[in-house]
Design a protein. Structure first.
Length: 250
């Protein structure tokens, strides 16, 4: 059984965010993207994060200089590699791939165009190369299994009436049942879907009056963060800034 005190705390934060999103004027206008993202950052994701993780938005990069497209919400570990932050609030920037745990697209209303765009963005993030976080006694990088950046899709509403969000997603991602580009889908009032990599299947949480689908989504995010951080090890930031090896002094 869940702890009612904590569940109520998260439920209140979720309800506040949903009400704000519903009240946002011209919510489908492109100019409202920033407001919807701010609601998600401040009222949904930030309340659940501990001091080992933070949330921002912008682009993800790897040590080769490959850049993702603009990502609405990035959950990252502050203890791995430093991002470059460009705004006074310290939320917009460019984030090293090793430090990123979740890349989340946030929308006011789900439609096929938004999902196709999210799949394209996720495909670029899947191509990121991570520097090793484990080294042997001689300082040589060791290969190890790490948790890659989780791609998620979150929406405050949907335009669907006759099928589920997962059914639509599977129509748009040919590998959706075996190797989906987006691992997590949560739509307010529709449900929460999570792809289990080990079992190669999707799990579903149905919506409830207290937005249990969103609470389950946030619980899933929190469940995976600790192991994801540990899996990264201690990647060395030098690969991002040193352009060649030093020469040995005779």
């Amino acid at each position: 059984m869940p702890n009612d005190l904590f569940r109520d705390f998260i439920s209140d934060a979720v309800c506040t965010a949903i009400k704000k999103a519903q009240r946002a004027p011209c919510v489908d206008h492109p100019g409202m993207t920033g407001e919807i993202r701010e609601i998600a950052l401040k009222d949904i994701f930030r309340p659940i994060l501990t001091n080992v993780a933070d949330v921002g938005y912008g682009k993800i990069t790897d040590h080769r200089g490959h850049l993702s497209k603009e990502t609405d919400v990035i959950i990252y570990s502050k203890d791995i590699n430093p991002p470059i932050l460009y705004d006074p609030k310290g939320v917009r920037g460019v984030f090293p791939a090793e430090t990123c745990l979740y890349a989340i697209e946030v929308k006011s209303k789900t439609n096929s165009t938004e999902i196709r765009d999210a799949i394209d963005k996720a495909r670029v993030i899947r191509e990121m190369k991570y520097t090793s976080g484990i080294y042997d006694e001689f300082g040589n990088a060791c290969q190890h299994r790490l948790t890659i950046i989780m791609n998620a899709f979150f929406s405050f509403s949907s335009n669907l009436t006759e099928k589920s969000e997962l059914e639509r997603y599977l129509e748009l991602d040919p590998e959706g049942n075996t190797n989906p580009k987006i691992n997590v889908i949560c739509v307010v009032g529709s449900g929460y879907w999570y792809f289990n990599e080990r079992e190669k299947c999707w799990y579903y949480w149905e919506p409830t009056q207290d937005h249990g689908e969103v609470i389950a989504f946030l619980g899933g995010v929190m469940n995976t963060i600790p192991d994801a951080i540990v899996s990264r090890g201690r990647p060395r930031f030098g690969k991002y800034i040193i352009n060649k090896m030093g020469t040995k002094v005779p």
